[in-house]
Design a binder for this molecule. Structure first.
Ligand code: ZN
Length: 200
């Protein structure tokens, strides 16, 4: 952000897609302070209820990965003062940004449509982490999907939409440039990355 000339204090809203560590820990700076001191932090209501539920946390005790995730989510979101606004699917979280139900990866996992005039982009979040595997084979399961069946159903629904709308898709974990179009390929899909244009 510094390289792009963006002051973290100028950020007025941070919209979390789901509450996995790699998607929330950046709300704190390396020195432990709040990274975006003037921002409203927004979290999907369904994910918030899942991760803050004591019964769910107790069930996760036997799974080291999930146990660590529960501890992390609760610590990070309490460290920032617990001032988190919850948002619902199907509504705008900010002007032009609509939250979509893409649950499965986590119970409240959310993707976004960002629209401005005639332009539109889909932020898929973690519908797929590795497109080379899970777009090609959308029914394969990955250990990070909390409900693997639901995650697979979501992949089909989301990528059918992206392919038919010829929409530009952003994937947080996709290889550079993390931006491309989705097309159907056999029983699955493939990502056609956009060409990098250093002028843009
Ligand atoms: Zn995730």
């Amino acid at each position: 952000m510094a390289a792009a000339g963006i002051d973290p204090k100028a950020i007025d809203i941070v919209v979390l897609s789901h509450l996995h560590p790699d998607h929330i820990n950046g709300v704190k700076a390396a020195d432990g302070t709040v990274a975006f001191s003037n921002a409203e932090i927004m979290a999907p209501a369904k994910d918030w209820s899942f991760w803050m539920n004591d019964e769910n946390a107790a069930k996760a005790e036997s799974n080291p990965m999930m146990k660590a995730y529960f501890a992390n989510t609760r610590k990070i979101l309490s460290d920032i003062g617990g001032k988190v606004t919850k948002y619902e699917w199907g509504k705008e979280v900010a002007p032009g940004i609509t939250a979509l139900d893409t649950s499965g990866h986590t119970p409240g996992h959310t993707s976004f449509v960002v629209a401005s005039g005639p332009s539109k982009i889909l932020i898929q979040s973690d519908v797929t982490n590795i497109p080379e595997l899970f777009l090609r084979r959308p029914d394969w399961h990955v250990m990070f999907d909390i409900d693997p069946q639901q995650a697979a159903a979501t992949r089909h629904k989301f990528y059918d939409m992206a392919a038919s709308e010829k929409a530009l898709v952003v994937g947080f974990h996709f290889s550079f440039p993390s931006l491309g179009h989705v097309e159907k390929a056999g029983a699955g899909y493939q990502l056609v990355p956009v060409a990098w244009n250093p002028v843009i």
